[in-house]
Write a protein that binds this ligand. Sequence first.
Ligand SMILES: O=C(O)CCC(=O)C(=O)O
Ligand SMILES: [Fe+2]
Length: 359
Amino acid sequence: MPFEYKHLSAEERAHFVEHGWLKIENAIDPKYLNEWMENLWVRLGMDPEDKSTWMYEYHKLPRHREVLASEFAPEAWAKMCEIVGGEDKIDPVRERYYGDQMIINFGTEEQVGKSHTPQDLVGWHTDNDWYRQFLDSSGNALTVICCFTDVPANGGGTSLCEDGIKSLVERFYANPQGLDPPFANIYSHCKTASSFAEVVAKAGDVLVTHGMLPHSHSPNHLHYARVITNPHVNLSEPFNLNRPDGDYTLCEQVILRNLGRDSVPEYKPTRERLAFYPRTAFFKREMVKDELQRMVAHAEAQGLPASSVDSVYLKGEEAIREHERRNGYDKAWGPTGVAVTMRDDAVNYMPEQKKHVLV
Ligand SMILES: O=C(O)CCC(=O)C(=O)O
Ligand SMILES: [Fe+2]
């Protein structure tokens, strides 16, 4: 029986396979949009009305709150399940919860009134920072962009390099030994690519992108705080790129289409698969302590107790352990250690402690 689609229209399926992404409008439950934006500026320690306090052009925060992805954005979740071939294909624990790890693109006054082309961008990447990657790896099967603010044109929306998928899948095909992140030099082809899309969206929209779609943040020429999160969908088993019945999932179809193949029976990983602590979580989680201090001080200034602050890090050891399990923070450091800053080319750092203890 071929897979039956109940939530994705034929147009949506075709769009995902051809472009590597799909926009789902008005998908986030407004409860989370409102509640999670409410203390953003307290977390940042900055004043939304006074741009002289905006310390960053671009900034990434850790996560304090999370809810089941299926509650956060029910219709988007249903569509994502279909893209990967059904909910039963999705890892039952890893990244099942979506949260408030905001990514803020503030832009600068200097950028206002200017423009850019996608070829100018330097931040091309895909999101895998936690496993040895093979052609059929399905860890970050989907990279999801959840918009917490409107993202107008020229307003620092994520840029997507549609024809960048091809070189990437060819690179992984040619390296059956797998590649360990960070991937320094595998996105240079995006500089000369020609098919791009830049996210323009309303608060509440969700963009579902294939894990092999290179993307980059873009300059925010409007100098406002653009806020998104970037969770993922992780599968339990590798993609199957050799299905005798040809009933490939949409995710698998993107890979095959970009390889120009109907199946890849000869492809076999030649090294063991490996999963580790997500490298880029390290520098974000290092901020938790300072954020908690600001949130508690803010609560107390309003006459509220510290216990009114909603953070998993204040909910006790059991809750923290569960949060760590859901997000891979319980895993050992990987072969390339962790990133201590946001820069992709940051020097690898191997922490001395065995586990990332924060509070
Ligand atoms: O800020 C953006 O537009 C993109 C963020 C991103 O790709 C990431 O955090 O991995
Ligand atoms: Fe990304």
